[in-house]
Design a protein around this ligand. Structure first.
Ligand SMILES: NC(=O)c1ccc[n+]([C@@H]2O[C@H](COP(=O)([O-])OP(=O)(O)OC[C@H]3O[C@@H](n4cnc5c(N)ncnc54)[C@H](OP(=O)(O)O)[C@@H]3O)[C@@H](O)[C@H]2O)c1
Length: 245
C-alpha cells in the first residue's frame, strides 16, 4: 500500500499513470483546479482498488495555494511515498515573443510552481529519508528551438533543479525522477497534426510506473526520444539555424 500525491491529477498523462498505479489499496491525494474533474478521477481510482482518495482544488499558479496544497497533503496522508508533478501549459511561443508578461506567466506555471512545490516536498522527503519524486519535464528542455523555447526554458530549468535535488538527496533513499516525454496525444496538443512519433498517454503512464519501480533518474518516453534528442543536441549551430524545428 502506497501514499501517492499527484499535482495536475486530471492531466491526461497523470490520469493514465494513476490508473496504472491503482489496484492494491493505495491512498491518493489529487490536486488540480477543477473540483468536478478531480472527483471523477477519484471515483475511477476507487473503482480500481484505491483505498482512499482525497482531492484538493487549487490554482498552482498562485503561491499561497501551492503552500496550502502541501499542508493539506500532509494533513490528509501523513507521509508520502510517491509524488508526481504533472501540471503545465503549452504557451504560444509567438504570443510570448510579443509580450513579456505572457512569457513570465508561462515560466511561473511551468517552472516556478514546480520549484516551489519541490522545495517544500524535498524538505519533507529528506526528513522521511525515502520515497520517490517524479516530475514530468519534456524533451523540449534538451535544446532551445525557435518554435517553443519559452516552454523549453521552463522544462530545462526544472531538469536542472531535479539534477541538483538528486545530488542533494543522493545519500538518502529518496529517488528523484525526470520524465521527458516527446509528442503525446493529450488535450495540451489537441491542435497539433499527429504522426508516427506520437505516443498515447497510456504508453507514457506505463513508462512512468516502470521508472518509479526501477528508480531510474532520467527517462525519455517513448524510449526513442533519447536518441532523437542526442542527435538534436549535437547538430552544429550553423546547420541547426537553417532548420525550422
Ligand atoms: N502532451 C505532450 O506532448 C507533452 C510532452 C512533453 C511533456 N508534457 C508535459 O506533461 C505534463 C502533462 O501534460 P498533458 O500532456 O497530460 O496535458 P493536459 O492533459 O493538458 O494536462 C495539463 C494539466 O495541467 C493543469 N494545469 C494547468 N495550469 C494549472 C494551474 N494553474 N493550476 C493547476 N493545474 C493546472 C491543467 O488543468 P486545467 O485543465 O484545469 O487547466 C491540466 O490538468 C505537463 O507538464 C506537460 O508539459 C506533455
Amino acid at each position: 500500500m502506497q501514499n501517492i500525491a499527484i499535482f495536475g491529477a486530471y492531466s491526461a498523462i497523470a490520469e493514465a499513470t494513476a490508473r496504472q498505479l491503482a489496484g492494491s489499496g493505495e491512498r491518493f491525494f489529487l490536486v488540480g483546479r477543477d473540483r468536478g474533474k478531480l472527483d471523477q478521477v477519484a471515483a475511477d481510482l476507487q473503482v480500481r482498488g484505491a483505498q482512499e482518495v482525497h482531492v484538493f482544488a487549487c490554482d498552482l499558479a498562485v503561491p499561497a495555494e501551492v503552500l496550502a496544497s502541501i499542508d493539506a497533503l500532509y494533513g490528509a496522508l501523513g507521509t508520502v511515498d510517491v509524488v508526481l508533478l504533472a501540471h503545465g501549459t503549452l504557451p504560444d511561443q509567438k504570443v510570448c515573443e510579443a509580450d513579456a508578461g505572457q512569457t513570465v506567466a508561462a515560466l511561473e506555471i511551468n517552472a516556478l510552481s514546480h520549484i516551489s512545490l519541490l522545495t517544500l516536498l524535498a524538505a519533507r522527503f529528506e526528513q522521511q529519508g525515502n520515497g520517490t519524486i517524479v516530475v514530468i519535464t519534456s524533451v523540449a528542455g534538451d535544446r532551445g528551438r525557435k518554435s517553443n523555447y519559452v516552454y523549453g526554458t521552463a522544462k530545462r530549468a526544472l531538469s536542472t533543479f531535479l539534477d541538483g535535488l538528486r545530488h542533494r538527496l543522493a545519500a538518502t533513499q529518496v529517488r528523484v525522477i525526470d520524465i521527458r516525454p516527446g509528442f503525446v496525444d493529450t488535450p495540451m496538443t489537441a491542435d497539433f497534426k499527429k504522426g508516427a512519433l506520437w505516443a498515447a498517454p497510456d504508453k507514457v503512464g506505463a513508462d512512468i510506473v516502470r521508472a518509479i519501480e526501477k528508480g531510474r533518474p532520467i527517462v525519455y518516453t517513448p524510449w526513442f526520444w533519447r536518441y532523437i534528442m542526442l542527435i538534436i543536441r549535437n547538430v552544429p549551430a550553423f546547420v541547426f539555424h537553417k532548420t525550422n524545428l
